[in-house]
Design a protein around this ligand. Sequence first.
Ligand code: FEO
Length: 396
Amino acid sequence: MSFSVTRNVTWVGKIDWELRKFHGEEYTTARGSSYNSYLVRGEKTVLVDTVWSPYDRAFVQDLERLVDLQKIDAVVVNHAEVDHSGALPELLSRIPDVPLYCSKNAVKSLTGYYHKDWNFQVVRTGDKFSLGNMDLVFIEAPMLHWPDSMFCYLTEDNILFSNDAFGQHYASEFMYDDLVDPCELFDEALKYYANILTPFSPSVRKKIDELKSMNVPLNLICPSHGVIWRSRPMNIVEKYEEWADDYQEDQITLLYDTMWNATRVMAEAIAEGIRAASPSTEVKLYNIARSDRTVMVTDVFRSKAVLVGSSTINNGILSSVAGILEEIRGMKFKQKKAAAFGSYGWSGESVKLITQRLREGGFELVNDGFKLLWQPGEEGREQCRKWGREFVNSLG
Ligand code: FEO
């Protein structure tokens, strides 16, 4: 499959309708994804990025139908992660001397992955590749989302090839923002930001300021995943500014796991208390062991506060709770409040341990947590409701 983006640019990527997990098993992609590669043809011909390795042969075969591979003057590697560089070995087996334009860090990464002495041409922000009638201008974008990441901007067509930034794991044959369901699109774009870019929000803010200060016209943003932004490309840039600014909604998310339902009963009663005291606050509950981690992280991203609960087991916490705590620690969330809760029968360490890990994860602890012995009866449930009311009231 290929399609014309402009007179000069052809999309030559792969729509992956089957993808359900990304970054190994870490990230769920319920709506698939795409690996976008762009062929830019002026007086010279340049390929911007490739596709994930399972699709390397089909990619090169499709490309060959559009262009004589020997006529490709350069390949731009905006980011070396395998979902974009995976077809390079297949492609370069056919055109081994083609120059690869990339950042200095990408050379380290590409060499580490593929162990080939390719014709690397290291570029920095402001460097240009001239296609004769137009230029590709390189813009380093470290930590959006790897140290090697960069963008490039095509003059004449005013296109920003932004690689992972502004992407979505969203498969669609339509491939343009104005042709797809906007709710699905922004749901995926937000999920992508929450799970992939949150730790790098300070770099996102800086890069957007830099892009704006360049003051160049922007007709299209062509990311490396999902659809192309063409209806009003600044929409997604503005969304990123909002999301990068310690984003939160009037939402509280409760994440818990439970051995014999006592901690679940606590979670539900705490939620009742929150709702009673603050009816406008959205409250979401997830049994961590039964829920999608990517969705849970997205809801923590949207929340102003998070409550984490676990039964005590073997003087510790349930393994699913440990897993999500590690995941949200890595997100480096800022300006979010939190507290722990849990039921216990004997030693009861879970609340203290969760509190400690939430603090290490950068959350502001509202109190020392709430633990309850055995299965909550009506009196215990009322204590939970009261704790929920006090928690939400303390948020101000
Ligand atoms: Fe889409 Fe960082 O790879």
